[in-house]
Design a protein around this ligand. Structure first.
Ligand code: APR
Length: 253
């Protein structure tokens, strides 16, 4: 693994337009469970709970699941070394944009400025009647489902299964993916479309694709140039340390 960390540092150090695609795995070290695999949300809950039709048919039922499984976990979570590592890469002028499938807001909390929330955000609620938005922390959650002042039901400003990615997020992500020289794919099983197409767009445009994940994914050995196998926090820390070491060395005359 050590040689791949050094390789990633060399691949990143001279670049000023790297992009990261992140998924639930990057937030595991912050205490937020992933969707798939051991301990994943879909072991306990039917994924149909995240389908828009289920929400429209029975918003109260879905809201109770959201309150039990998501709200407190997200409220309590803080960025971990992986989020902070990506922020450090931005500060070094290497990483330009993060495309995240997560709705937990942890990249922004870590300081990252250009974050495309591909699947929306749980930090905001949208009224299904009048379409006004309200920050989740300002919504009265004593009644479920929570309601807007107009009486309409609030829905999380997230993309449910069965819904389209907001076109502006999709277009910006494609632009970022096709314009980068390196794409870091961190903590995603890379099976949910269209997010998992971004590494392909990057590779087709000539970018190096580097995966960081304890497990292989459908991208490994096909779209990705290499996989650094392991948890995102320690690996990103090591990569940034290596980059800082390279940058600290005086240029040869
Ligand atoms: N560091 C990095 N990656 C990790 C770690 C870790 N410490 N632990 C686990 N992983 C990896 C897993 O190996 C897996 O590949 O994180 C990935 C998590 O995969 P998923 O749970 O499928 O999450 P994600 O890829 O974000 O799912 C995509 O599916 O259900 C929908 O809308 C939901 O945005 C989500 C989308």
């Amino acid at each position: 693994m050590e040689h791949l960390i050094k390789k990633a540092a060399r691949d990143l150090v001279d670049v000023d337009n790297a992009v990261a695609l992140t998924g639930a795995g990057i937030s595991i070290e912050s205490g937020i469970p992933p969707f798939r695999g051991k301990g994943g949300l879909w072991e306990r809950i039917d994924p149909m709970m995240a389908h828009i039709d289920t929400f429209l048919n029975d918003p109260e039922k879905v809201w109770r699941v959201l309150m039990n499984e998501m709200k407190d976990v997200i409220d309590m979570a803080r960025p971990n070394d992986a989020h902070l590592g990506l922020y450090r890469l931005e500060e070094l002028g290497i990483l330009k944009t993060i495309i995240t499938q997560n709705v937990d807001g942890l990249h922004q909390m870590a300081g990252s400025r250009d974050v495309i929330e591909f699947h929306g955000s749980f930090a905001w609620q949208r009224c299904m009647e009048c379409d006004s938005r309200c920050e989740t922390r300002d919504v009265d959650m004593t009644q479920i489902p929570p309601r807007c002042l107009c009486g309409g039901i609030y829905r999380p400003d997230c993309v449910f299964f069965g819904e389209q990615i907001p076109p502006r997020y999709f277009q910006r992500s494609q632009q970022a993916a096709s314009g980068c020289e390196v794409m870091l794919v961190v903590g995603t099983s890379a099976i949910i479309q269209p997010a998992c197409l971004m590494p392909m767009t990057a590779a087709e445009s000539g970018a190096k694709v580097i995966e960081i994940n304890p497990d292989s994914t459908p991208l490994t050995n096909s779209v990705s140039d290499y996989l650094i196998r392991g948890p995102a926090g320690p690996i990103l820390n090591r990569i940034v340390d290596e980059i800082e070491k390279i940058l600290a060395k005086p240029e040869p005359n």
